[in-house]
Design a protein around this ligand. Sequence first.
Ligand code: NAD
Length: 437
Amino acid sequence: MYEPRVRTKSMERFVCSKEPQNRSERLLQDSAKRLKISRAALEQIEKPYTFIYQRLPVEVGGEVINISSGIVLHNRARGPFKGGIRIAPDVNIWETNELARLMTLKTALADLELGGGKAGIRVNFEKIYDQFKDKLKQDFYPFCDMLKDHIMKEFVDHFIERGLVHIYIPAPDMGSSAREMMLFYNKTHNPAVVTGKPEGIEGWLPGRHEATGFGTAYAIAKYLEYIGKAPSDVTVAIQGFGNVGSHAAYYLNDFGCKIVAITDFYGGVHHEEGIDVVELMEYAREKRNIKGYDDKRTIDNESLFRMPVDIMVPAACGHVIDKDNCDGLGTRLLVAEAANMPVSFEAFIRLKEKGIEILPDTYVNSGGAIASDLEYKQGLGGMRYSREEVFAHMRLRFDNIFESMLEIKDQAGSFIQAASDVALKRLYQAMKTRSLI
Ligand code: NAD
């Protein structure tokens, strides 16, 4: 008879020991010391509940290509596993795990009755396009849409087959949008299965599409109010002009801040007098990126971080501010983490020493999770929310989170550490109450 050589417990230890050092775990270990939470209890909170690896075979131009995907169900002490689906060329299981852990912390910090999970799908659209463009004779973006549809349909089938409906509630993240979320609804006809659904589909939530960007802008405006600075007195640079970056730019501009530089994966624009955000949004909607908007005044991603501005808003991928570039960071006042984990642990320590404030991702980009919570409840058969109600609700949640961080910021050492303390305390209490630790 087959005897497993490694016992389950040690297998779990073995797998988890392969995880690279990451910021959230280091912060949680620090928080656990302040909160006097034992190492054993902390381990139950920070380690994932389940990893799922899934190969997604899709047909392109008469050939089958296999796409790697993974789902991490991290923690459901406070509610169902909740988190977005990231589609990017550099997705890996540890990144997905870290993002799932961030969701657990984010939902706890915002005091939502949700847990944390995440899905990652590793696709290099440029590379696949190069391979098939002569055969298919299709433009790049229609090709990407078609391929993404095939991949997502396969993903949704596996999601249903594995019984994840109502267990893991997906949402959009980098590389995915309302279009992909609709595919979950198409298969299940159940509005509570997914959040971030397109306008007009059963259970959609007005304001969800802009929620993360609006929340980012509101968090920055709140911080400016706290330090007694007018929005019109600050300059802002933004990396990323997708869902989060473009809406953050729109609302920051609306609040009176001057957005002087914006980049995306393909290009960037630098207007010292302030960028016309609405015009740039229209341009990006048509072209699908911002390259070519103003060829005379461009900026690349490296220079963006060196630019002297008051506020830097990374709204694209992770680890863009690290030990190598943090000393050259041009930001004078604040880094607002609209992206997930854009500042590495080493850079966080260094920036703290230099007196540059960082507002954490678990707070700044929690607008999406807060709005998703309403959308989910709406889908379960609760009341319907108007756009005004959604935005009012988000403001209230952001005010509460800010207060809870501020209360302990001095003891904890920074907003990032305070956010980690608040979330860990809530998770510990929930797991104790449910006899999970
Ligand atoms: P998106 O796919 O809509 O847009 C991503 C943007 O980042 C694009 O403009 C893209 O060109 C740019 N980008 C990607 N890689 C880049 C690189 N290497 N250098 C420079 N720019 C790059 O994604 P999004 O939904 O706006 O998500 C952005 C960030 O916000 C991610 O970190 C995501 O995890 C986080 N976030 C998103 C949501 C949400 O509701 N969409 C919620 C919480 C957090």
